[in-house]
Write a protein that binds this ligand. Sequence first.
Ligand SMILES: Nc1ncnc2c1ncn2[C@@H]1O[C@H](COP(=O)(O)OP(=O)(O)OP(=O)(O)O)[C@@H](O)[C@H]1O
Length: 270
Amino acid sequence: MPQVLHGKSPQAAANSSGSPANDVYAHLQAPLSDTQTQDNSTPQPAATKPIIQLQSVTKTYPNGSRGLLGVNLEVKRGSFLFVTGPSGSGKTTFLKLLYGAERPNQGDVVVDDYNLSKLRGDRLSLLRRRIGIVFQDYKLIPRRTVAENVAFVLQAQGYTRKEIQRRLQPTLRMVGLQDKADCFPDELSGGEQQRVSIARAVVSTPPLLLADEPTGNLDSENSWQVIKILKKLNGIGITVIVTTHDEQLVRMSNHPVVQIKNGRLSSVKS
Ligand SMILES: Nc1ncnc2c1ncn2[C@@H]1O[C@H](COP(=O)(O)OP(=O)(O)OP(=O)(O)O)[C@@H](O)[C@H]1O
């Protein structure tokens, strides 16, 4: 049986946490159901289907290292999920399988209705546009300003200049960097750089945000600030999955938690 993670409906979350009032994110504020039927005989409306489904997923690397073993998981749209576990347990492998950077040896990975086990080429690129990714080491382009780093994603996806301008300021405001638009990454603190990378990940308003140890290089205050921004994004409907070693952050956050140990997944808190 897959683990099923229940998320608070994004609308409810938006109402309780105060969503940012700007129309860039408005289309993410449509009410989505937080209940899901297990009856596969009746077609489910898109909004009630899980955004992520893993069935019997095993990943072994060519050198024989175990990434994941027999993992079953369903994540509902609008959820906020923490993934914890010791170093080398399989957390990054789990995220890589979700955005198609690795493929399972066995089992199916379905994300936003795309079966990643079979996805190639253009269709994989299309799915990746629907997934924002945040890394521990930010991965910003050093010779581009904050605004240019964030706008770059939209340029690559063919957005018009007008649409890029429309999205840029609200997104920088959302991460509290509206005054740093013209700074270069090396003029920012680690926490600020991570917030730029979050802005870059969500400026195209993807329905899914994956964050791999986003607070790994930050002190506790900056870590909490990053988590608060991720919560805010979840509040407007983005499904958020965060890997972390930081038990304190997980305890403070009151969201579902799964643990991966030796490639096996178990639910710690649902
Ligand atoms: N490209 C790869 N080739 C071979 N083995 C790999 C590769 N990537 C990861 N592994 C192995 O797979 C296992 C799981 O690694 P993974 O990076 O998913 O763990 P993790 O939980 O994210 O670790 P950490 O918290 O240290 O980042 C480890 O044994 C690791 O050595």
